[in-house]
Design a protein around this ligand. Structure first.
Ligand SMILES: [Zn+2]
Length: 286
């Protein structure tokens, strides 16, 4: 039996989010004062990492955000300035431990949301932190605001045994990856996959299937990894979105993932769900 490809990076159990405690400020304050409580350390607008890629923690000094429980002890973060540009952050976290990645993702997205959403979207008043940092409430109009999650579809279109991959102008040289785009209001995931593939590559698809998901904290996306079958292979590339797109055979995808020097393209990095999708396709899991 062959090993299954790994789960997407940033997925995994993370902390016990202990939602029942969030409505109880006294319980959260008691947890912050209890032995074993820890607060995330930040450096240069990112959670700080040890040399072996683990998150760094210290005794709580400003436990504004209740991240959750590790066993019986609580984990917190202060609200810090946040860098959430993937192009800047990804090179700095290449060693991030997979078990700590879900906590890193939650802290980054939550911190970014607090730093950018301080005022009520309804009336403009300064809002206050409630529910351990998982909500903000407006004292003027009583509106509640929740951390935003932006749904994104990312998909492999297949035709006659080949996969459609594309490259954006800012990608490193040679890299091709799965096409992606934001889900719009009033749209299903399946419809978004079909629309994005038609807009960006001019292909019609059927049999859209969900494969796996991934939180992508740059700053607050939730990636829905999908697979679809294309009606044809003739491309009409939207050059405002993509520098290039083309079809790759199973052998070409295998060579790229294996890092072969003569590979037809450079694959997406291991932290990207696009990589997971390619690995699962190659293992015939979709
Ligand atoms: Zn308000």
């Amino acid at each position: 039996m062959t090993d299954l490809p790994p789960e997407p990076f940033f997925s995994g159990p993370g902390l016990d989010r202990a939602d029942a405690l969030r409505a109880n400020p006294a319980a959260i304050a008691a947890l912050a004062a209890a032995p074993g409580a820890l607060q995330l350390q930040w450096k240069d607008c990112l959670p700080e990492l040890t040399e072996d890629g683990r998150l760094m923690w210290s005794a709580p000094t400003n436990p504004e955000l209740f991240l959750g429980l590790e066993g019986d002890s609580a984990r917190f973060s202060a609200i810090e300035p946040v860098t959430a540009d993937a192009r800047l952050v990804l090179p700095l976290i290449t060693g991030l431990d997979g078990d700590d990645a879900p906590v890193f993702a939650a802290a980054l997205s939550l911190g970014r949301w607090h730093s950018r959403h301080r005022f009520c979207a309804n009336c403009g008043h300064l809002t206050e932190i409630v529910r351990g940092g998982w909500s903000r409430r407006c004292p003027a109009c009583a509106a509640e605001h929740y951390p935003r999650v932006d749904p994104v579809v990312i998909m492999l279109a297949e035709h006659d045994g080949r996969l459609l991959l594309g490259r954006q102008p800012h990608y490193p040289a040679g890299r091709y990856s799965a096409l992606a785009g934001f889900v719009e209001v009033g749209e299903t995931i399946e419809a978004a996959v079909a629309r994005e593939l038609y807009e960006e590559a001019g292909i019609r698809v059927h049999d859209v299937r969900f494969v796996a998901s991934q939180p992508w904290p740059f700053p607050s996306s939730l990636m829905f990894g999908c697979h679809a079958l294309a009606d044809g292979d003739e491309l009409r590339i939207d050059t405002a979105e993509l520098e290039d797109a083309c079809w790759f055979t199973r052998d070409e995808v295998a060579a790229a993932l294996a890092g072969a020097p003569e590979a037809a393209f450079q694959p997406p990095p291991k932290v990207a769900i696009a990589r997971t999708l390619l690995e699962r396709w190659l293992a015939r899991l979709m």
